[in-house]
Design a protein around this ligand. Sequence first.
Ligand SMILES: Nc1nc2c(ncn2[C@@H]2O[C@H](COP(=O)(O)OP(=O)(O)OP(=O)(O)O)[C@@H](O)[C@H]2O)c(=O)[nH]1
Ligand SMILES: [Mg+2]
Length: 391
Amino acid sequence: MTPPEHALTATLLTPPGVGAMAVIRLTGVGAIEAIDSCFNPHRPIELADVPGDRLVYGVFVDPRRDRETIDDGMVAITRHDDGAGTADMTVHGGLRVVERMLKLLQGLGASVRSDGDRPLAACALAKTRRALRFIAGQRDVLPAELRKIARLCETDARAGRSRLRRLTDRSRPAVLLVEGGTVVFTGPPNAGKSTLINRLFDRAESLVSDRAGTTRDWVTADVALDGVPLRVIDTAGVRDTGDPIERAAIDRGLDIFRAADIQVVVVDASSPVSDAFLSRIRGLVVSDRAILAINKIDLPSAGDPSRAAALDAPHVATSGLTGDGLGALRALLAGNFTIEEANPPNSMIFRGDQLARFADLLSDPSSSRLADTVREEAKRVFEDDRPKSRV
Ligand SMILES: Nc1nc2c(ncn2[C@@H]2O[C@H](COP(=O)(O)OP(=O)(O)OP(=O)(O)O)[C@@H](O)[C@H]2O)c(=O)[nH]1
Ligand SMILES: [Mg+2]
């Protein structure tokens, strides 16, 4: 019988849904022969002889339907040392084309994996170059790290467990790097929130005016900070108001402020900070996620910014007008995202199903399968994590 890791498997590598292109990977023993039977290269060529760095252009056909054309596309072939092969097929990304291709491969003996790792999907989701570099780095490092843990489990199960736990507990910086986070700005009206955001991220989308209550519904912008994708949200200034629409906007703004990955409270150093504002905000601030910006320091001080500084958060003095303190504010933001920790193997990102399996393992201290399961996991991380040579 074909061992499971050599069985013919088809995986959609790109995110499911409509897109310009879709990439389907067929891997296992017989992959190249299977592609041979359903692909007509435009130029006469033996697929088995094609070098691994060459894309072959042609037409995918259904051999069971009189070689009816499914789509035109490309194939890249990799031959593995152990006799198995991998064919990456690029087709048009329509739902119907992908469905037909997967059915075709199933008909040729492949099992279709829906829970497969999707390295290309993850790459497609990466919003910054740094996130992309991280994903590529993790591809190299994660299987080796898991194998190390498996070996450790065999000699010292306790140490192996704690290393595995540490690995899964430290994924936050990596998740933030790949998926991004939200930074929500709040503060009294006219404190300079919109000005600060525009200047910090070099944009001019938030309206700025000397009229308090300029920002009503929140305004969002997608930016990058040191390679971490961030969604920055500018909210309505917090004050007591009789206007029901403004009140609703303030309430909604405070809701998203509470849930933010990073909270930035902006106050105006040149005017007194009201008790009403401080008491409203205090219960919402989460100290290890919050930053206080004491803004408009280019103006004479109203003498009481220390009242705001009583909020339990690191603070920084800024001027959205002159740019003073913006470097320090950026550094605090970056520090909050623990950006420098987002490096494999220090911090790595896992799929939900992997985390669930690791949690199961760790919750059963008597498990004798620890080393084996971790080793299996190392194999499953990426389909192509086997020694291979390009033909
Ligand atoms: N002197 C000085 N003026 C500033 C500074 N930041 C903003 N301003 C001015 O303060 C006024 C209010 O700025 P906004 O950025 O609209 O303030 P906001 O906090 O977004 O206000 P709302 O949207 O109404 O809550 C504008 O006239 C800005 O030009 C600053 O650092 N120094
Ligand atoms: Mg504003």
